[in-house]
Write a protein that binds this ligand. Structure first.
Ligand SMILES: Nc1ncnc2c1ncn2[C@@H]1O[C@H](COP(=O)(O)OP(=O)(O)OP(=O)(O)O)[C@@H](O)[C@H]1O
Length: 223
């Protein structure tokens, strides 16, 4: 689905990522970990063509990102649901309208039943009419996940989705991600929370990638 071959990235102040090669096979579940500032968010941005590599190749759905025109980028991104680190909503729109915004923007008529089912699935069925400022951190993250999957993406990329959540809510979010994976979605979650990764291993066959000294390595039993 997504492959990095010998990828490097540099914001201008020296190489942040070097010689990164990885493959996200269809239906796989990966965690991406590493210290703050190691480049986890940057790697995710490379994986959905928000950034282009400064060297090497990123291939998304069998196409090199450098060969994608603007329309191709838009089409490619529709197949990738992203949960951003700092979740943003339109505060004047109710939760349901925020979650269905990707449909609205792409001019698609969503099925209201599907939206209701989706909100119920993430445990927000009763909050469809709530405005974003009234939501808790956990509710916002689950709404962000619902918005990321409303277009039916093949891949879900989540950047510290449990960053500000308590343990119970983190587990709830993890369970949703594990369920999505069981439905066949390919998942990559950036997190510095090693406890979450340990917990996840009981639920899904997750592999753990770690950024260390600009390079990526497969973490082993030392987690
Ligand atoms: N747009 C940018 N321009 C210049 N430098 C940037 C930019 N975005 C990120 N950086 C720098 O690149 C480095 C890696 O940032 P990144 O956000 O990818 O790390 P991270 O591993 O996700 O960190 P965290 O766990 O704290 O979110 C940091 O030193 C950051 O300051």
């Amino acid at each position: 689905m997504i492959a990095f071959d010998n990828v490097a990235y540099n914001y201008g102040g020296g190489e942040l990522l070097s010689e990164v090669s990885l493959r996200l096979a269809p239906g796989s579940f990966h965690f991406l970990t590493g210290p703050s500032g190691a480049g986890k968010s940057t790697l995710l941005k490379l994986a959905y063509a928000e950034l282009l590599p400064t060297a090497g190749h990123v291939t998304i759905f069998d196409k090199d990102v450098r060969s994608l025109g603007r329309n191709d980028v838009a089409l490619t991104r529709r197949r990738i649901g992203v949960v951003h680190q700092d979740v943003q909503f339109l505060d004047h729109l109710p939760l349901a309208a925020n979650v269905s915004l990707p449909l609205t923007v792409s001019g698609k008529q969503g099925n209201p039943r599907d939206l209701t089912d989706l909100l119920q699935w993430v445990g927000l069925g009763k909050l469809a009419d709530a405005l974003p400022p009234s939501l808790s951190g956990g509710e916002r993250q689950r709404a962000a996940l619902a918005r990321a999957i409303i277009m039916g993406p093949d891949v879900i990329l989540a950047d510290e989705p449990t960053g500000n959540l308590d343990w119970e809510m983190s587990l709830r979010l993890l369970t949703l991600l594990a369920e999505l994976n069981r439905m066949g979605k390919t998942i990559l979650v950036a997190t510095h929370d090693l406890n979450l990764i340990r917990q996840a291993k009981a639920q899904v066959a997750a592999r753990v990638l770690r950024i260390r000294n600009r390079r990526i390595q497969l973490a082993g039993a030392d987690l």
